[in-house]
Design a protein around this ligand. Structure first.
Ligand code: NJP
Length: 223
């Protein structure tokens, strides 16, 4: 029977590309993001194996409800992708607006914790897999120190989450891209990584055999 993947940030960019690629490989998908209209349009295109689940990752109850709905619909949740995230225009701490940092921490940090918290009971039952979108900014120095720090959190969390999940046969992989051509930027970045490339990496992580745990996939733009 088909396996089921829950994706946050499925209304655009990397999440949307991963949903398309997963359905093409026979997965059921749960599409989570705030813009219900986008999720509905994508689900209509993908067919019965896609379920739109509107919600906000900074609200833990939205995630708990969405995961329960998805498990009811398809019988189990085999993988969950904590992918939703946001950046800020401001380049760093000196010029940044402190009140905006809280919003970013709510989404990039708390949102990832809430996603894992809501998904883990389901993944424990399926001996499933957690994917997270980290970043090159979570491994290296970038302009934008607060965004970078939020992604260092994701990488640090995933290291320890993997150990927690291994105890019951679960696995956890961070997908860490450099610049990707998505709505994350105001201007198109056609010469950077394409969302399909990141989707392929995510599905590759899910395809590892039972004796291998792929912990991190780091993608940089070519050139
Ligand atoms: O960007 P974009 P990406 N609750 O803007 C959703 C990381 N990353 O695909 O809620 C729920 O096309 C939003 O949906 P909506 C980046 O940090 C990127 O590039 O409807 N969902 C949309 O679906 C992020 O973690 C690059 O507005 C929320 C999605 O998130 C991940 O990749 C490089 C939400 C954002 O899609 C996906 O971003 C890198 C909320 N509160 C890491 N807030 C890059 N693009 O260069 C946002 O290293 N979303």
């Amino acid at each position: 029977t088909a396996k089921t993947l829950f994706i946050t940030g499925a209304s655009s960019g990397i999440g949307e590309a991963t949903a398309r690629a997963a359905v093409a490989q026979g997965w059921n998908v749960g599409l989570f993001a705030r813009r219900a209209d986008k999720l509905q349009a994508l689900a209509a295109e993908l067919g019965e194996t896609a379920l739109p689940l509107p919600g906000d990752v900074s609200r833990t109850e939205d995630l708990t409800k969405a995961l329960a709905t998805l498990a009811d619909r398809f019988g189990a949740v085999d993988a969950a992708y904590a992918n939703a995230g946001m950046g800020l225009d401001h380049p760093g701490v000196e010029k940044g607006a402190p009140e905006e940092w809280r919003r970013m921490i709510d989404v990039n940090v708390m949102g990832v914790l809430y996603t894992a918290h809501a998904a883990l009971p389901h993944l424990r039952s399926s001996k499933g897999h957690m994917l997270l979108t980290g970043s090159a900014a979570g491994r290296r120095e970038i302009k934008g120190s607060v965004y970078g720090a939020s992604k260092w959190f994701v990488h640090g969390f995933a290291e320890n989450l993997a150990a927690e999940m291994h105890e019951w046969g679960g696995r956890c992989t961070v997908i860490a891209p450099g610049m990707v051509n998505t709505a994350f930027f105001d201007q198109p970045k056609p010469d950077k990584i394409q969302p399909d490339d990141v989707a392929r990496a995510a599905l590759f992580a899910l395809s590892a055999g039972p004796t291998a745990s792929l912990r991190e996939i780091f993608l940089m733009p070519q050139g």
